[in-house]
Design a protein around this ligand. Structure first.
Ligand code: NAG
Ligand code: NAG
Ligand code: NAG
Ligand code: NAG
Ligand code: NAG
Length: 374
């Protein structure tokens, strides 16, 4: 707790404070949890999250159906057509499903019956917030897509009812052999706050609430019998083209070497510190269950710092698909999938796909980091 609060003191001093946090000993052993994630151990996956994890829900949800992500060039690299995923190809959950050799979970909004969900379900939906619309409203924030983690939790409980209708015991049999994946959550909450002209520090005051919402969802999964849960952390927000383009900082806010916004990265680090602390706490309360922190900050930050070492080109902060040029190549007027947008020749050389979401190459990098517990 104290370690995370120190991050709040000055978000710019992240690098220094991170060293302190690590020297202090992280209660969560991030190296052991994933070793047990071998193929054959799980029958199905239940996934939660936002557009970074969505495999088809936003494409069905009336408010977001037909959005730019349902148009080419989304899906051009893998699938060969738009698949409802916000990328040129596979996303993190796809690589995890491949690695675990389990079937692809059915997007929640694409199924109806128990038979539809025998392979699990993906509740993640583009635009989802961690916090409930009512809470955001109390802070003067109106979410674009009024679906929160508590909705996804209820969707999970609906599916569990379908799959284990006979008894709680039957439901426990389902969950015990299921792999739970919580994709990155909170970025839409922080975006909403910044978009409403709140400062990074004001936005940081949401962190305990966002992590609290993730904790509540985890408690519901635990109550339903979840034994293995991977919970993804926050990506480096200060290296994301849309955050960089939309929320300019003061000159001193930028890392002179890689161009990322240090204050926005500090927000992500704070989130991750709180999240790790929460997972450590849940691990202590529930021995015998595995709560694994999914590391995505470091792989992306490393790739931005040393792109060539990861096979990326030097336009590390630019959207591959979009337009407007400049270091970020991002504007809503030329958003990827609209007729005004253009796509870079080789997406595998880019980290950012549309400025908000990642290329398949970056998704693969993050999935590998998550599965190896790095
Ligand atoms: C479930 O997975 C099996 C094995 O991959 C597949 O044959 C079946 O069609 C899947 N069912 C659904 C509803 O996705
Ligand atoms: C999400 O949950 C809220 C609050 O319970 C509810 O009013 C809303 O209808 C739910 N939305 C969806 C899409 O299920
Ligand atoms: C945020 O500030 C900008 C520039 O001052 C202004 O144009 C915009 O309307 C403000 N947005 C909100 C939601 O207050
Ligand atoms: C980036 O790479 C291109 C092509 O290899 C090169 O022409 C350009 O000078 C490089 N730019 C920077 C800033 O290194
Ligand atoms: C940026 O946008 C331009 C068009 O404005 C496009 O030609 C280019 O490939 C885009 N991608 C990158 C990485 O700069």
């Amino acid at each position: 707790m104290a370690q995370c609060q120190r991050l709040l003191v000055d978000l710019v001093l992240t690098a220094v404070l991170l060293v302190v946090a690590e020297a202090g000993g992280d209660p969560l052993d991030t190296t052991s949890g994933c070793r047990g994630l071998t193929r054959g151990r799980f029958s199905r996956v239940f996934a939660f999250g936002n557009s970074l994890t969505d495999t088809g829900n936003a494409a069905i949800f009336p408010l977001t159906a037909g959005g730019p992500f349902t148009q080419p060039p989304y899906g051009e690299t893998f699938f060969g057509h738009p698949s409802g995923r916000a990328s040129n190809g596979r996303i993190i959950i796809d690589f995890i499903v491949e690695k675990l050799q389990v079937p692809q979970p059915t997007p929640y909004l694409a199924g109806r019956t128990a038979a539809d969900f025998v392979n699990g379900s993906n509740f993640a939906i583009g635009g989802a917030t961690a916090l409930e619309p009512a809470f955001l409203q109390s802070r003067g924030l109106t979410s674009l897509v009024p679906v929160s983690l508590s909705n996804e939790t209820r969707w999970f409980q609906n599916v569990l009812q379908l799959l284990g209708s006979s008894s709680y015991h039957a439901q426990l049999r389902v969950t015990a052999r299921s792999f739970f994946f919580v994709g990155e959550m909170g970025v839409n909450d922080y975006f909403l706050s910044l978009q409403n002209n709140r400062t990074v520090d004001e936005t940081a005051s949401l962190v305990p609430h966002v992590v609290g919402a993730i904790r509540s969802a985890l408690v519901a999964m635990i109550a339903a019998g979840a034994r293995t849960v991977v919970v993804t952390g926050m990506v480096p927000l200060g290296c994301a083209p849309y955050f960089l383009a939309l929320f300019p900082g003061a000159p001193g806010d930028y890392d002179r070497v890689n161009g990322c916004n240090k204050r926005l990265n500090g927000l992500a680090e704070l989130h991750n510190c709180e999240l790790k602390r929460t997972l450590g706490e849940l691990s202590r309360i529930h021995p015998g269950r595995s709560f694994v922190y999914g590391e995505v900050y470091r792989p992306i930050a490393s790739a931005v710092a040393s792109p060539a070492a990861y096979g990326f080109g030097n336009t590390t902060l630019a959207a591959c698909c979009g337009g407007g040029g400049g270091p970020y190549n991002f504007s809503f007027a030329t958003f990827c999938g609209t007729t005004a947008s253009t796509t870079c020749a080789d997406p595998s050389k880019s980290i950012a796909w549309d400025g908000i979401h990642f290329t398949e190459a970056a998704n693969r990098l993050m999935a590998t980091a998550i599965l190896s517990g790095q």
